[in-house]
Design a protein around this ligand. Structure first.
Ligand code: PLP
Length: 399
Protein backbone atom coordinates (compact mmCIF):
# COMPACT_ATOMS: atom_id res chain seq x y z
CA UNK A 1 0.00 0.00 0.00
CA UNK A 2 1.19 3.54 -0.69
CA UNK A 3 1.78 5.10 2.74
CA UNK A 4 0.64 8.62 3.70
CA UNK A 5 4.07 10.26 3.30
CA UNK A 6 4.52 8.85 -0.18
CA UNK A 7 0.96 9.90 -1.11
CA UNK A 8 1.77 13.50 -0.14
CA UNK A 9 4.81 13.40 -2.44
CA UNK A 10 2.64 12.02 -5.25
CA UNK A 11 0.02 14.75 -4.82
CA UNK A 12 2.76 17.41 -4.69
CA UNK A 13 3.55 16.55 -8.33
CA UNK A 14 0.10 17.90 -9.25
CA UNK A 15 -2.88 16.36 -11.01
CA UNK A 16 -2.38 14.36 -14.21
CA UNK A 17 -2.88 16.30 -17.45
CA UNK A 18 -5.41 13.71 -18.58
CA UNK A 19 -8.73 13.68 -16.78
CA UNK A 20 -8.88 9.89 -16.55
CA UNK A 21 -12.24 8.14 -16.82
CA UNK A 22 -13.18 4.62 -15.70
CA UNK A 23 -13.80 3.65 -19.31
CA UNK A 24 -11.74 6.04 -21.48
CA UNK A 25 -13.42 7.06 -24.72
CA UNK A 26 -10.49 5.73 -26.75
CA UNK A 27 -9.43 2.35 -25.40
CA UNK A 28 -6.39 1.77 -27.61
CA UNK A 29 -3.57 3.92 -28.96
CA UNK A 30 -3.51 5.30 -32.48
CA UNK A 31 -0.38 6.36 -34.36
CA UNK A 32 0.67 7.39 -37.84
CA UNK A 33 0.54 3.71 -38.93
CA UNK A 34 -3.25 3.69 -38.54
CA UNK A 35 -3.54 7.03 -40.35
CA UNK A 36 -1.36 5.74 -43.22
CA UNK A 37 -3.34 2.48 -43.45
CA UNK A 38 -6.64 4.36 -43.59
CA UNK A 39 -5.39 6.81 -46.21
CA UNK A 40 -3.99 4.02 -48.44
CA UNK A 41 -7.27 2.12 -48.21
CA UNK A 42 -9.19 5.25 -49.22
CA UNK A 43 -6.77 5.88 -52.12
CA UNK A 44 -7.30 2.31 -53.38
CA UNK A 45 -11.07 2.78 -53.16
CA UNK A 46 -10.89 5.89 -55.37
CA UNK A 47 -10.52 3.61 -58.40
CA UNK A 48 -14.05 3.33 -59.93
CA UNK A 49 -13.46 -0.31 -60.80
CA UNK A 50 -12.75 -1.08 -57.11
CA UNK A 51 -14.59 1.32 -54.81
CA UNK A 52 -14.95 0.38 -51.14
CA UNK A 53 -16.26 -3.09 -52.13
CA UNK A 54 -17.94 -5.01 -49.32
CA UNK A 55 -15.50 -7.92 -49.44
CA UNK A 56 -12.56 -5.85 -50.69
CA UNK A 57 -9.01 -6.36 -49.55
CA UNK A 58 -7.95 -6.15 -46.75
CA UNK A 59 -11.25 -7.35 -45.18
CA UNK A 60 -10.46 -11.07 -45.79
CA UNK A 61 -6.85 -10.50 -44.71
CA UNK A 62 -8.02 -8.92 -41.45
CA UNK A 63 -10.40 -11.82 -40.83
CA UNK A 64 -7.66 -14.38 -41.49
CA UNK A 65 -5.22 -12.55 -39.24
CA UNK A 66 -7.82 -12.34 -36.45
CA UNK A 67 -8.71 -16.04 -36.78
CA UNK A 68 -5.01 -16.92 -36.62
CA UNK A 69 -4.57 -14.68 -33.55
CA UNK A 70 -7.48 -16.29 -31.68
CA UNK A 71 -6.76 -19.78 -33.03
CA UNK A 72 -10.15 -20.43 -34.64
CA UNK A 73 -10.94 -21.74 -38.10
CA UNK A 74 -13.08 -18.72 -38.93
CA UNK A 75 -13.42 -15.04 -38.13
CA UNK A 76 -16.27 -13.03 -39.65
CA UNK A 77 -16.03 -9.26 -39.51
CA UNK A 78 -18.98 -6.95 -39.05
CA UNK A 79 -19.90 -3.38 -38.21
CA UNK A 80 -20.09 -3.89 -34.43
CA UNK A 81 -20.47 -6.59 -31.81
CA UNK A 82 -24.23 -6.11 -31.31
CA UNK A 83 -25.18 -7.68 -34.67
CA UNK A 84 -22.87 -10.62 -33.92
CA UNK A 85 -24.75 -11.26 -30.67
CA UNK A 86 -28.06 -10.99 -32.57
CA UNK A 87 -26.79 -13.44 -35.19
CA UNK A 88 -25.83 -15.90 -32.47
CA UNK A 89 -29.41 -15.86 -31.14
CA UNK A 90 -30.98 -16.04 -34.62
CA UNK A 91 -28.73 -18.96 -35.52
CA UNK A 92 -30.21 -20.98 -32.65
CA UNK A 93 -33.74 -20.58 -34.06
CA UNK A 94 -35.30 -20.09 -30.64
CA UNK A 95 -38.99 -20.41 -29.79
CA UNK A 96 -40.81 -18.05 -27.42
CA UNK A 97 -40.51 -20.42 -24.46
CA UNK A 98 -36.87 -21.30 -25.09
CA UNK A 99 -34.52 -20.03 -22.39
CA UNK A 100 -31.07 -18.52 -22.55
CA UNK A 101 -29.03 -18.05 -19.38
CA UNK A 102 -27.29 -14.64 -19.29
CA UNK A 103 -25.29 -13.04 -16.46
CA UNK A 104 -27.17 -10.28 -14.64
CA UNK A 105 -24.11 -8.08 -14.09
CA UNK A 106 -23.74 -7.28 -17.75
CA UNK A 107 -23.95 -4.75 -20.53
CA UNK A 108 -27.36 -4.61 -22.24
CA UNK A 109 -26.24 -6.11 -25.56
CA UNK A 110 -26.38 -9.87 -24.85
CA UNK A 111 -29.76 -9.87 -23.05
CA UNK A 112 -31.21 -7.57 -25.72
CA UNK A 113 -30.10 -10.12 -28.33
CA UNK A 114 -32.14 -12.76 -26.48
CA UNK A 115 -35.13 -10.42 -26.19
CA UNK A 116 -34.73 -9.53 -29.87
CA UNK A 117 -35.59 -13.05 -31.00
CA UNK A 118 -38.47 -13.25 -28.51
CA UNK A 119 -36.88 -15.94 -26.32
CA UNK A 120 -36.77 -15.91 -22.52
CA UNK A 121 -33.88 -14.36 -20.64
CA UNK A 122 -32.96 -16.33 -17.54
CA UNK A 123 -30.62 -14.27 -15.39
CA UNK A 124 -27.66 -16.01 -13.84
CA UNK A 125 -25.83 -14.83 -10.76
CA UNK A 126 -22.20 -13.85 -11.12
CA UNK A 127 -19.29 -15.04 -9.03
CA UNK A 128 -18.64 -12.12 -6.64
CA UNK A 129 -14.88 -12.61 -6.91
CA UNK A 130 -14.42 -12.87 -10.70
CA UNK A 131 -17.71 -11.21 -11.82
CA UNK A 132 -18.20 -14.05 -14.32
CA UNK A 133 -21.45 -15.97 -14.78
CA UNK A 134 -21.44 -18.48 -11.91
CA UNK A 135 -21.47 -22.10 -13.20
CA UNK A 136 -23.13 -23.33 -9.97
CA UNK A 137 -26.01 -20.94 -10.45
CA UNK A 138 -26.21 -21.84 -14.16
CA UNK A 139 -26.66 -25.49 -13.20
CA UNK A 140 -29.54 -24.57 -10.90
CA UNK A 141 -31.19 -22.50 -13.62
CA UNK A 142 -31.04 -25.11 -16.39
CA UNK A 143 -34.48 -26.48 -17.29
CA UNK A 144 -35.72 -28.69 -20.15
CA UNK A 145 -36.30 -25.45 -22.10
CA UNK A 146 -32.73 -24.13 -21.78
CA UNK A 147 -31.01 -23.78 -25.16
CA UNK A 148 -27.93 -21.70 -24.49
CA UNK A 149 -25.49 -20.37 -21.91
CA UNK A 150 -24.62 -16.85 -23.02
CA UNK A 151 -21.54 -15.87 -21.03
CA UNK A 152 -19.74 -12.54 -21.03
CA UNK A 153 -15.97 -12.31 -20.55
CA UNK A 154 -16.61 -9.63 -18.01
CA UNK A 155 -14.37 -6.60 -17.97
CA UNK A 156 -11.54 -8.32 -19.80
CA UNK A 157 -11.17 -11.59 -17.87
CA UNK A 158 -12.19 -14.88 -19.50
CA UNK A 159 -15.36 -16.53 -18.26
CA UNK A 160 -14.88 -20.19 -17.17
CA UNK A 161 -15.92 -21.54 -20.58
CA UNK A 162 -14.90 -25.16 -19.91
CA UNK A 163 -17.19 -25.27 -16.87
CA UNK A 164 -20.15 -24.14 -18.99
CA UNK A 165 -19.23 -26.59 -21.77
CA UNK A 166 -19.23 -29.38 -19.24
CA UNK A 167 -22.69 -28.33 -18.00
CA UNK A 168 -23.87 -28.05 -21.61
CA UNK A 169 -22.85 -31.65 -22.26
CA UNK A 170 -24.35 -32.93 -19.00
CA UNK A 171 -27.73 -31.24 -19.52
CA UNK A 172 -28.54 -31.62 -23.23
CA UNK A 173 -31.76 -30.29 -24.69
CA UNK A 174 -34.11 -33.12 -25.72
CA UNK A 175 -34.35 -32.04 -29.35
CA UNK A 176 -31.22 -29.97 -29.92
CA UNK A 177 -28.57 -31.82 -27.91
CA UNK A 178 -25.86 -30.08 -25.85
CA UNK A 179 -26.63 -26.48 -24.96
CA UNK A 180 -24.92 -23.81 -27.05
CA UNK A 181 -22.18 -21.98 -25.15
CA UNK A 182 -21.64 -18.49 -26.53
CA UNK A 183 -19.16 -15.86 -25.38
CA UNK A 184 -19.55 -12.11 -25.50
CA UNK A 185 -15.91 -11.07 -25.75
CA UNK A 186 -16.61 -7.41 -26.49
CA UNK A 187 -14.50 -6.29 -23.53
CA UNK A 188 -11.90 -9.02 -23.69
CA UNK A 189 -10.04 -8.74 -26.99
CA UNK A 190 -6.47 -9.94 -26.49
CA UNK A 191 -7.18 -11.78 -23.24
CA UNK A 192 -6.29 -15.43 -22.71
CA UNK A 193 -7.92 -18.60 -21.44
CA UNK A 194 -5.95 -21.69 -20.39
CA UNK A 195 -3.40 -22.20 -23.18
CA UNK A 196 -5.02 -20.05 -25.83
CA UNK A 197 -6.78 -16.79 -26.48
CA UNK A 198 -10.28 -15.76 -25.50
CA UNK A 199 -12.52 -16.47 -28.49
CA UNK A 200 -11.68 -20.14 -29.06
CA UNK A 201 -13.82 -21.96 -26.47
CA UNK A 202 -17.56 -22.29 -27.14
CA UNK A 203 -19.72 -22.39 -30.25
CA UNK A 204 -18.79 -18.82 -31.08
CA UNK A 205 -17.48 -15.64 -29.48
CA UNK A 206 -18.21 -12.05 -30.41
CA UNK A 207 -15.66 -9.22 -30.23
CA UNK A 208 -16.16 -5.46 -30.32
CA UNK A 209 -13.83 -2.90 -31.88
CA UNK A 210 -15.91 -0.01 -30.54
CA UNK A 211 -13.92 3.12 -29.70
CA UNK A 212 -13.59 2.26 -25.99
CA UNK A 213 -12.40 -1.31 -26.52
CA UNK A 214 -8.94 -2.89 -26.27
CA UNK A 215 -8.48 -2.35 -30.02
CA UNK A 216 -10.69 -0.30 -32.31
CA UNK A 217 -11.39 -0.09 -36.03
CA UNK A 218 -12.11 3.64 -36.36
CA UNK A 219 -14.59 3.62 -33.49
CA UNK A 220 -16.90 0.80 -34.57
CA UNK A 221 -16.46 -2.80 -35.66
CA UNK A 222 -16.91 -6.37 -34.55
CA UNK A 223 -15.84 -9.95 -35.22
CA UNK A 224 -17.34 -13.39 -34.68
CA UNK A 225 -14.85 -16.20 -34.13
CA UNK A 226 -15.80 -19.87 -34.44
CA UNK A 227 -14.53 -23.31 -35.41
CA UNK A 228 -17.98 -24.22 -36.70
CA UNK A 229 -18.38 -24.07 -40.51
CA UNK A 230 -22.19 -23.65 -40.32
CA UNK A 231 -22.01 -20.76 -37.85
CA UNK A 232 -19.39 -19.00 -39.98
CA UNK A 233 -21.44 -19.46 -43.18
CA UNK A 234 -24.58 -18.24 -41.41
CA UNK A 235 -22.86 -15.10 -40.09
CA UNK A 236 -21.23 -14.34 -43.45
CA UNK A 237 -24.55 -14.65 -45.16
CA UNK A 238 -26.61 -12.79 -42.56
CA UNK A 239 -24.24 -9.83 -42.45
CA UNK A 240 -25.13 -9.11 -46.07
CA UNK A 241 -28.85 -9.72 -46.70
CA UNK A 242 -28.69 -13.47 -46.30
CA UNK A 243 -27.94 -14.03 -50.00
CA UNK A 244 -25.23 -16.65 -49.72
CA UNK A 245 -27.37 -19.23 -47.88
CA UNK A 246 -30.80 -17.74 -48.58
CA UNK A 247 -31.66 -16.81 -45.00
CA UNK A 248 -32.92 -13.58 -43.46
CA UNK A 249 -30.24 -10.92 -43.42
CA UNK A 250 -29.44 -7.26 -43.33
CA UNK A 251 -26.32 -5.20 -43.88
CA UNK A 252 -23.78 -5.39 -41.07
CA UNK A 253 -20.53 -5.27 -43.00
CA UNK A 254 -17.21 -3.77 -42.01
CA UNK A 255 -15.55 -1.39 -44.47
CA UNK A 256 -12.13 -1.89 -46.06
CA UNK A 257 -10.83 1.24 -44.31
CA UNK A 258 -11.76 -0.21 -40.92
CA UNK A 259 -10.15 -3.55 -41.82
CA UNK A 260 -6.92 -1.82 -42.91
CA UNK A 261 -6.76 -0.05 -39.55
CA UNK A 262 -7.79 -3.26 -37.77
CA UNK A 263 -4.73 -5.06 -39.16
CA UNK A 264 -2.47 -2.42 -37.65
CA UNK A 265 -4.31 -2.41 -34.32
CA UNK A 266 -4.18 -6.22 -34.17
CA UNK A 267 -0.39 -6.13 -34.64
CA UNK A 268 -0.20 -3.85 -31.58
CA UNK A 269 -2.81 -5.61 -29.46
CA UNK A 270 -0.45 -7.79 -27.40
CA UNK A 271 1.54 -4.64 -26.59
CA UNK A 272 -1.62 -2.86 -25.41
CA UNK A 273 -2.53 -5.82 -23.21
CA UNK A 274 1.00 -6.04 -21.78
CA UNK A 275 0.81 -2.32 -20.90
CA UNK A 276 -2.61 -2.74 -19.26
CA UNK A 277 -1.35 -5.73 -17.28
CA UNK A 278 1.80 -3.98 -16.08
CA UNK A 279 -0.28 -1.04 -14.84
CA UNK A 280 -2.82 -3.32 -13.19
CA UNK A 281 -0.22 -5.44 -11.45
CA UNK A 282 1.62 -2.39 -10.15
CA UNK A 283 -1.67 -0.85 -9.00
CA UNK A 284 -2.68 -4.05 -7.23
CA UNK A 285 0.61 -3.90 -5.30
CA UNK A 286 -0.06 -0.27 -4.38
CA UNK A 287 -3.63 -0.96 -3.24
CA UNK A 288 -3.06 -4.27 -1.48
CA UNK A 289 -3.84 -4.02 2.22
CA UNK A 290 -6.75 -1.55 1.91
CA UNK A 291 -9.34 -3.61 3.80
CA UNK A 292 -12.39 -1.95 2.22
CA UNK A 293 -11.34 -2.87 -1.33
CA UNK A 294 -11.35 -6.25 -3.07
CA UNK A 295 -9.00 -5.97 -6.05
CA UNK A 296 -9.46 -7.65 -9.45
CA UNK A 297 -8.25 -11.27 -9.48
CA UNK A 298 -5.59 -12.37 -11.97
CA UNK A 299 -6.07 -16.16 -12.10
CA UNK A 300 -3.04 -18.10 -13.36
CA UNK A 301 -5.06 -20.08 -15.94
CA UNK A 302 -6.23 -16.89 -17.69
CA UNK A 303 -4.65 -13.77 -19.11
CA UNK A 304 -6.69 -10.86 -17.80
CA UNK A 305 -6.75 -8.13 -20.47
CA UNK A 306 -7.79 -5.52 -17.85
CA UNK A 307 -10.24 -3.76 -20.13
CA UNK A 308 -11.42 -2.39 -16.80
CA UNK A 309 -9.73 -2.41 -13.41
CA UNK A 310 -12.70 -3.54 -11.34
CA UNK A 311 -12.68 -3.16 -7.57
CA UNK A 312 -15.46 -4.27 -5.23
CA UNK A 313 -15.96 -2.28 -2.01
CA UNK A 314 -16.79 -4.12 1.22
CA UNK A 315 -20.41 -4.96 1.94
CA UNK A 316 -20.72 -2.27 4.61
CA UNK A 317 -19.90 0.33 1.94
CA UNK A 318 -22.47 -0.92 -0.61
CA UNK A 319 -24.53 1.84 -2.20
CA UNK A 320 -24.18 5.28 -0.58
CA UNK A 321 -20.56 4.87 0.60
CA UNK A 322 -19.43 3.51 -2.78
CA UNK A 323 -21.18 6.42 -4.50
CA UNK A 324 -19.59 8.90 -2.12
CA UNK A 325 -16.18 7.35 -2.80
CA UNK A 326 -16.75 7.86 -6.53
CA UNK A 327 -17.88 11.44 -5.96
CA UNK A 328 -14.75 12.27 -3.96
CA UNK A 329 -12.48 10.64 -6.54
CA UNK A 330 -14.07 12.80 -9.19
CA UNK A 331 -14.48 16.11 -7.40
CA UNK A 332 -11.37 16.11 -5.22
CA UNK A 333 -8.94 14.23 -7.46
CA UNK A 334 -10.40 14.56 -10.99
CA UNK A 335 -10.49 10.77 -11.42
CA UNK A 336 -13.79 9.54 -12.77
CA UNK A 337 -14.67 5.94 -11.87
CA UNK A 338 -17.53 3.99 -13.42
CA UNK A 339 -19.88 1.18 -12.31
CA UNK A 340 -19.68 -1.59 -14.90
CA UNK A 341 -22.24 -2.90 -14.47
CA UNK A 342 -25.31 -2.98 -12.30
CA UNK A 343 -27.71 -5.85 -13.07
CA UNK A 344 -29.12 -4.65 -16.38
CA UNK A 345 -32.76 -5.53 -15.67
CA UNK A 346 -32.77 -2.87 -12.92
CA UNK A 347 -32.60 -0.04 -15.43
CA UNK A 348 -34.22 -1.51 -18.56
CA UNK A 349 -37.93 -2.36 -18.36
CA UNK A 350 -37.79 -4.23 -21.68
CA UNK A 351 -35.31 -6.62 -20.09
CA UNK A 352 -37.40 -7.09 -16.95
CA UNK A 353 -40.41 -8.01 -19.05
CA UNK A 354 -38.50 -10.86 -20.71
CA UNK A 355 -37.02 -12.09 -17.48
CA UNK A 356 -37.21 -15.17 -15.37
CA UNK A 357 -35.16 -16.18 -12.38
CA UNK A 358 -35.44 -12.95 -10.34
CA UNK A 359 -34.43 -11.71 -7.82
CA UNK A 360 -30.66 -12.12 -7.79
CA UNK A 361 -29.30 -11.06 -4.39
CA UNK A 362 -25.61 -11.64 -5.21
CA UNK A 363 -25.67 -9.63 -8.44
CA UNK A 364 -27.83 -6.86 -7.00
CA UNK A 365 -25.50 -6.50 -4.04
CA UNK A 366 -22.48 -6.41 -6.38
CA UNK A 367 -24.13 -3.71 -8.46
CA UNK A 368 -23.91 -1.52 -5.35
CA UNK A 369 -20.27 -2.40 -4.69
CA UNK A 370 -18.50 -2.39 -8.07
CA UNK A 371 -16.12 0.45 -8.80
CA UNK A 372 -14.03 0.54 -12.00
CA UNK A 373 -10.93 2.69 -11.67
CA UNK A 374 -9.42 4.18 -14.88
CA UNK A 375 -6.83 2.16 -16.77
CA UNK A 376 -5.43 2.67 -20.26
CA UNK A 377 -2.37 1.35 -22.13
CA UNK A 378 -1.03 4.90 -22.56
CA UNK A 379 -1.31 5.73 -18.85
CA UNK A 380 2.03 6.69 -17.27
CA UNK A 381 3.31 5.10 -14.07
CA UNK A 382 3.03 8.56 -12.44
CA UNK A 383 -0.66 8.82 -13.33
CA UNK A 384 -1.22 5.25 -12.18
CA UNK A 385 0.41 6.08 -8.86
CA UNK A 386 -1.64 9.29 -8.54
CA UNK A 387 -4.87 7.35 -9.17
CA UNK A 388 -3.91 4.66 -6.65
CA UNK A 389 -2.90 7.25 -4.04
CA UNK A 390 -6.19 9.13 -4.62
CA UNK A 391 -8.20 5.98 -4.07
CA UNK A 392 -6.42 5.20 -0.79
CA UNK A 393 -6.83 8.82 0.32
CA UNK A 394 -10.59 8.75 -0.41
CA UNK A 395 -11.05 5.40 1.34
CA UNK A 396 -9.18 6.63 4.42
CA UNK A 397 -11.22 9.85 4.41
CA UNK A 398 -14.44 7.88 4.39
CA UNK A 399 -13.57 5.50 7.23
C1 PLP B 1 -20.04 -6.56 -22.81
C2 PLP B 1 -20.40 -5.86 -24.11
N1 PLP B 1 -21.09 -6.53 -25.04
C3 PLP B 1 -21.43 -5.97 -26.22
C4 PLP B 1 -21.09 -4.67 -26.51
C5 PLP B 1 -21.52 -4.07 -27.81
O1 PLP B 1 -20.45 -3.77 -28.64
P1 PLP B 1 -20.67 -2.88 -29.91
O2 PLP B 1 -20.74 -1.46 -29.47
O3 PLP B 1 -19.45 -3.15 -30.78
O4 PLP B 1 -21.92 -3.32 -30.58
C6 PLP B 1 -20.36 -3.93 -25.58
C7 PLP B 1 -19.98 -2.55 -25.91
O5 PLP B 1 -20.01 -1.58 -25.35
C8 PLP B 1 -20.02 -4.53 -24.34
O6 PLP B 1 -19.34 -3.85 -23.39
Amino acid sequence: MIERERRQAVFARGKPETRWQGEPLLGSIYGEEEVDAAVSAIREAMDVSKGFGFTASPIPEFEQAFAAYVGTKHAVSMNSAGPGLDMAMRYLNLDADDEVIVPAVNFVAAPLAVAGVGARIVWGEVDPHTLQLDPNDVEEKITPRTRAIFAVHMNGLSAPMDDYLELARRHPHDAHGPLAVIGDAARACGGGYKHGKIGKAGLLNVFSFHTMKNMTTLGEGGMVTTDDDDVAAYCRSTRFYGGATDVWGTSNVMTKVQAAVGLVQLSKLDGFIAARRALAQQRTEWLEGVPELALPPDPPDRLHSYYLYTCVVCDAWAGAQRDELMRRMDEEFCVRCVVANKPVYLHRAILREHSGGLPLPVSENLGERILCVPIHPAMSQEDNEYISASLIECVEGLR
